[in-house]
Design a binder for this molecule. Structure first.
Ligand code: CMP
Length: 138
């Protein structure tokens, strides 16, 4: 369980045709895909998924963005998955993201930042279970 993280390739990544390139970078970095699907979050899904941010000024914009088109949701496995995946994606704001990170390469702004990565083992488990049933995990 602690060797897993959860990711979403957000609507901007799908719209811009970056899914293949981002998945290539993820698997080339040693992550195994345990579960994956193209899906679209409903308003209620996004409000629940991002519930921790509901008092933030950007909450409305975040929910609108995350529901405007399909995402690729996936569970990834690797030793030290949560921390290593956050290193691979880079800072929340692509302007601050290190060279070679996914957000540096594919994100345009802090609000449309291409990818999600869980911030803890506990949230990885919660977020993975939000999107996938046990029989969808391999
Ligand atoms: P993530 O860290 O995956 O989850 C929370 C999201 O909220 C974040 O990605 C951004 O998409 C968005 N977000 C965070 N900070 C801001 C901000 N200051 N303005 C707009 N959106 C933000």
């Amino acid at each position: 369980r602690t060797d897993r993280t959860f990711t979403m390739l957000k609507p901007d990544s799908v719209e811009k045709g970056h899914v293949g390139a981002i998945l290539e970078k993820i698997t080339a970095s040693g992550f195994r895909i345990v579960a994956m699907k193209l899906t679209q979050m409903t308003l209620a899904d996004a409000q629940e998924f991002y519930g921790v941010h509901k008092e933030r000024p950007f909450f409305g914009e975040l929910v609108e963005y995350m529901t405007r088109g399909p995402i690729v949701a996936a569970i990834l496995e690797k030793a030290n998955a949560v921390e290593d995946f956050r290193t691979l994606i880079g800072a929340t704001n692509p302007a601050d993201a290190a060279e070679g990170t996914i957000r540096k390469m594919f994100a345009d702004s802090i609000s449309e930042n291409a990818v999600h990565g869980s911030d803890s083992d506990e949230n990885a488990a919660i977020e993975g279970a939000f999107h996938f049933s046990g029989r969808e995990m391999f």
